[in-house]
Ligand binder design. Structure first.
Ligand code: MLC
Ligand code: AMP
Length: 494
């Protein structure tokens, strides 16, 4: 049997090829009937560039129908897809390229000047471009390519993708996801969320993370559903599209922004069957306000790059606010003595790319993955995420690792050391605040620290506030008291 995820996806294409897959507001839509030809043409092009089974393809491009075709074509040829946040700077991208040594990099035309030198340094053979409209040298060169309909023969544990997630040391780790990881998760989610004939997905998430790329797109593809494919989350546009949709997935910021939008009402949502939230905690207040406003109880689920989706509130049955529900049918969960959630199942990744020691550290001796999330599990098996043992900030659904920012701040002139914390933020859930010890109060300033980081780190990681201090609070062991700092700055954005 061919375990290639593309085979599974293709087996679910609707018989009627004129059914729409991706429906966009600007540009050309993509029909299900076009997917097979388009992906085999791009597969032919990829093979002509020597992108073969096991080769990496790194993409840092805007969301477009062509970007989705490129992802599916990578699956077809057995390449390992490496999606990168478009906000990452060339400085950040260079590490990913050196670590994975891709055969091909596809970037935006406007960033090729910065990406090309770092890609060349990493030994990348081909550097091509694709714009937000799906145009560029990749599309141009692929237009004359010979289609190649062969779907690469893959084993269950062959790699389909690498998703980078930062480590506690600030050094990113590439989570290796297999075809089986992705297909088992997609099949479970399609079933437990009751995908049905006529479902239409409203898709406004980015397609470089688990949520938008795998959870959302795979469910829709397995259902042969139409996807209202939006480049970003613009509440006014979402309001216009909601009446045509039956399912929407989003991070909590989507839901708080909708609640802040005039005209967002029960009527606008009357066609919706299911609102799903994840990637960050959904506040009980948001859940309740949303129910009062629309009558919908948002279904919250929990997951991560290393394992796709892990738990979900039930479709039928009580969606309890402040909890993330029950493990997916093929996933098992338990808590360690320290209260950390550990998991096992076909969704759990194969390890970190070229980091066997890191991989070993994050699995228990009996092979369960240690998530780093603190949890409580009721006798009935319902899971709540109550905190994190990993030092991590989640801002608007993007993960930000304090250590990575501290490392950069500590390199700035006049800085002795720093502590980066996450504090409550009404829009992003949490936001970044830096507390910096300086030798030079007179010439260091908040603006200088932020300016010193700009260009090195993606802008969503930049501290919203910087406080200059003489020293950081420490416990008896000499460890920085981040809890004290969080408490001191908790009210900043309330
Ligand atoms: C954008 N900005 C952010 C930000 N997003 N700042 C902090 N946190 C964020 N998440 C900044 C930009 O740098 C820019 O600042 C300014 O906001 C405007 O940029 P924008 O792109 O116009 O922002 P906007 O469209 O408002 O984006 C906000 C958002 C977006 C919430 C819609 O961040 C988003 O789509 N988030 C979803 C992330 C996601 O998919 N996560 C899933 C991970 S998977 P400046 O200074 O440059 O002007 C995962 C596993 C799981 O976690 O369980 O799902
Ligand atoms: P990532 O590494 O980007 O995949 O992010 C995964 C992390 O997001 C998890 O380890 C959790 O800390 C967090 N997360 C995802 N979904 C939820 C949720 N519903 N509630 C709380 N935290 C969540």
């Amino acid at each position: 049997m061919n375990e290639n995820l593309y085979e599974l996806i293709r087996s679910r294409f609707p018989e009627d090829g004129s059914k729409p897959f991706l429906q966009v507001t600007i540009g050309e839509n993509l029909l299900y009937g076009e997917l097979e030809n388009e992906t085999s043409r791009i597969a032919g092009f990829l093979r002509s560039l020597n992108v073969r089974k096991g080769e990496r393809v790194a993409v840092q491009i805007d969301k477009s129908t062509n970007a989705v075709v490129l992802y599916l074509a990578c699956l077809r040829v057995g390449a390992i897809y490496l999606p990168l946040n478009t906000a990452y700077t060339a400085n950040e991208v260079s590490y990913f390229l050196e670590n994975t040594e891709p055969q091909l990099v596809v970037c935006r035309p406007e960033t090729v000047v910065q990406i090309e030198p770092v890609a060349k340094k990493a030994g990348v053979a081909h550097i091509l471009t694709m714009s937000a409209e799906g145009h560029g040298s990749f599309t141009d060169q692929a237009s004359g390519a010979q289609a190649d309909s062969y779907v690469e023969q893959m084993q269950a544990d062959d790699l389909a993708a690498i998703l980078y997630t930062s480590g506690t040391t600030g050094r990113s780790k590439g989570a290796m996801l297999t075809h089986k990881n992705l297909s088992s998760n997609a099949l479970s989610l399609h079933r437990i969320w009751g995908w049905q004939e006529g479902d239409v997905l409203l898709h406004a998430l980015p397609i470089f993370h688990v949520h938008g790329l795998f959870v959302a797109l795979h469910c829709a593809l397995l259902n042969g559903s139409m996807v209202l494919f939006q480049r970003g989350f613009k509440p006014e546009m979402i309001l216009k599209l909601l009446p045509q949709a039956t399912v929407m997935m989003g991070v909590p910021t989507f839901y708080t922004r909708l609640l802040d939008t005039a005209g967002f009402s029960r009527e606008v949502c009357s066609n919706i069957r299911l609102f799903i939230s994840g990637s960050a905690p959904l506040l009980v207040d948001t859940f309740n306000s949303f129910e009062t406003r629309t009558g919908h109880r948002i279904l919250e689920r929990y997951g991560m790059s290393e394992a796709g989706m892990i738990t979900s509130n039930p479709l039928d049955g009580d969606r309890a606010p402040g909890t993330v529900g029950y493990p997916l049918p093929d996933v098992q969960v338990r808590t360690s003595e320290q209260g950390v959630l550990e998991i096992t199942g076909p969704n759990v990744f194969k390890g970190y790319w070229r980091m066997p020691e890191k991989t070993a550290e994050e699995f228990s001796p009996d092979g369960w993955f240690i998530t780093g999330d603190l949890c409580e599990i009721t006798d009935e098996g319902r899971v709540s995420i109550v905190g994190r043992s990993k030092d991590l900030i989640i801002s608007g659904g993007y993960n930000i690792y304090p250590r990575e920012i501290e490392n950069e701040i500590d390199l700035l002139d006049g800085v002795v050391e720093s502590a980066v914390i996450g504090v409550y933020h009404p829009d992003f859930g949490e936001t970044v605040v830096a507390v910096v010890v300086t030798t030079d109060i007179a010439s260091t300033s908040e603006a200088k620290v932020i300016a010193g980081l700009d260009g090195k780190l993606a802008r969503f990681k930049l501290p919203r506030r910087v406080f200059l201090v003489d020293e950081l609070p420490r416990n008896a062991m000499g460890k920085v008291g981040k809890a004290i700092l969080r408490e001191q700055h908790d009210g900043l954005f309330r």
